[in-house]
Design a binder for this molecule. Sequence first.
Ligand SMILES: C[S@@+](CC[C@H](N)C(=O)[O-])C[C@H]1O[C@@H](n2cnc3c(N)ncnc32)[C@H](O)[C@@H]1O
Length: 278
Amino acid sequence: MLDTDGRGAYHSQGNDNLEAIDVGVQIGLAGRIGGLVRRALRSRSSSGQLDLKASYVAFVDDLKARLPNDRAMELAIGDGFDTIGPIEAGLIAHYGLPPDDGYLIDVGCGSGRLAQPLARTHRGRYLGIDLVPALVEHARKITERPDWSFKVIDHIGVPEKDGQADMVCFFSVLTHLLHEQSYWYLEEAKRVLKPGGTVVFSFLEFHEPGHLPIFRATLEGAKARTKAPLNVFIERNAIRVWTSELGMEMVELRDAGDAIVPQGALGQSICVLRKPVG
Ligand SMILES: C[S@@+](CC[C@H](N)C(=O)[O-])C[C@H]1O[C@@H](n2cnc3c(N)ncnc32)[C@H](O)[C@@H]1O
């Protein structure tokens, strides 16, 4: 049985037979094969521990088999359509997406938790991308914005030309990727951003007491050899090094409990980066 903390961190609650990735094995593999991860993830025929897409599709299929479709679509991304979604939309506005003509790329858009509330206020462009076709279709349906674009992807990468977006966001997405994969996505975000554009991502960290239960649950799941999407922590020192390596500017790092917007605290820590203008 799988559950989430309402923000998309997955907890194992005993054995289940989901065909997803094994936390311990994947982390170990990443250490050993380093750069091969990227090539393996690009391969549509890659299977087993490194096939992120297959693991998420299987996870969602399992929920669909057990629950009414709409409920499965909500639980697949951690629920919180009435609470987390409006907070995410508030953060997007707070960090400066121009509401009239701004272009947001929502990586790992899931079933539309952010897109649905954002559609009511954001008149500009939007591209949502995700690995799981059923989630992308649900997001498209509930958002009711024929002018917005939703795309299914097969590997890490943003299907957009260089220098187009005002903001790229990753809410509860880098929390499920290896560090190499997160860094790769940040490279992609920088590529598609306009000069001066903004990256917003949420993350889990050991510094945050509220995140420790997620680590403990993930550890127990690994010991029990349960199959679930990864929960990965990112330390602030790593983020600072990545920011420098990427040639981005750090705007801010915020605690998970900070109520940055009136809608409330996200429950995951927040990092905001800017692509230099020059
Ligand atoms: C916890 S959900 C968060 C969904 C959404 N960002 C939100 O906050 O409502 C994580 C999402 O990331 C997607 N995902 C996982 N790995 C991904 C990857 N490599 N590229 C794009 N999306 C990914 C999953 O399919 C899932 O929809």
